[in-house]
Ligand binder design. Structure first.
Ligand code: NAP
Length: 217
């Protein structure tokens, strides 16, 4: 069995994440892709939205794809979220026979040396580095050096259809009242509005009332 792991802050999840996961599933013949929203990510400079909201948005976004599921392993673990712990937990869930593929953007793979236990990371799973507009994977050898030379077969490159959507842009659009239609699934847009996420004075609580329709307005 071959399982893809799509780790992300997903603040919020958008079509860039979904297209990348689906491209990896098809290209690498994965049996399933499990989305893993981070708990407390050590690498984010801004105050990340509460994990329960990011988890629920990820569930809504992945609902219609029978090959996609969502795991709470990162949210349910105390402390900062390190990918090595994600992989150890999922290895326990899936067992030793399953081949794990960690799907990540080109930026992230170039930074893997700064992550906790990079060599163990590459022993535990195959890294799938997805490229998108403006990003090149040519620098892998130069940046990772021996780690790349010794693990070439553990790092796979994946070309993903061009989608320049980013979570930062979605948050800024909501804060300034600009549309987010077609950037992410409608269900996620409705959740963002209902929970009052990403507004200037963000309540962050589910049940926040709004008279605007996030999809049609
Ligand atoms: P994110 O911002 O939510 O993005 C999730 C993934 O989707 C990233 O790999 C990102 O690639 C990619 N992506 C975003 N927009 C895309 C688009 N339009 N088209 C294609 N791909 C797109 O999550 P993140 O904060 O980068 O975290 C990713 C994972 O790395 C998480 O599981 C996190 O725990 C892990 N991580 C671990 C450590 C550590 O262990 N020390 C440090 C950092 C991250 P880009 O990176 O290229 O944007």
């Amino acid at each position: 069995m071959r399982v893809g792991i799509m780790g992300g802050t997903f603040d919020p999840i958008h079509y860039g994440h979904l297209v990348t996961a689906e491209a990896a599933r098809v290209e690498l013949e994965l049996d399933e892709v499990v989305f893993v929203p981070t708990g407390d990510p050590p690498h984010k400079a801004y105050a990340v939205t509460e994990a329960k909201h990011r988890y629920l948005m990820t569930v809504l976004a992945t609902l219609t794809n029978p090959y996609f599921s969502v795991s709470r392993v990162d949210m349910d673990r105390d402390g900062k979220t390190y990918t090595i712990d994600t992989l150890r937990d999922l290895r326990t869930v899936y067992g030793p026979e399953v081949e794990l593929f960690f799907i990540t953007g080109a930026d992230a793979i170039l930074e893997i040396l700064t992550w906790k236990n990079p060599e163990e990371l590459l022993r535990t799973c195959v890294f799938v580095a997805a490229s998108r507009p403006g990003h090149s994977l040519d620098r892998l050898q130069e940046v990772l050096g021996e780690l790349y030379t010794n693990n070439k077969d553990r790092i796979r490159l994946l070309q993903v259809p061009a989608l320049a959507i980013s979570s930062t842009d979605v948050r800024e659009r909501v804060a300034s009242g600009r549309p987010i239609r077609y950037l992410l699934p409608e269900t996620v847009a409705y959740y963002i509005a209902k929970a009052g996420l990403y507004r200037e004075h963000n309540s962050g609580s589910v049940g926040h009332n709004t008279t605007e329709d996030p999809v049609t307005d």
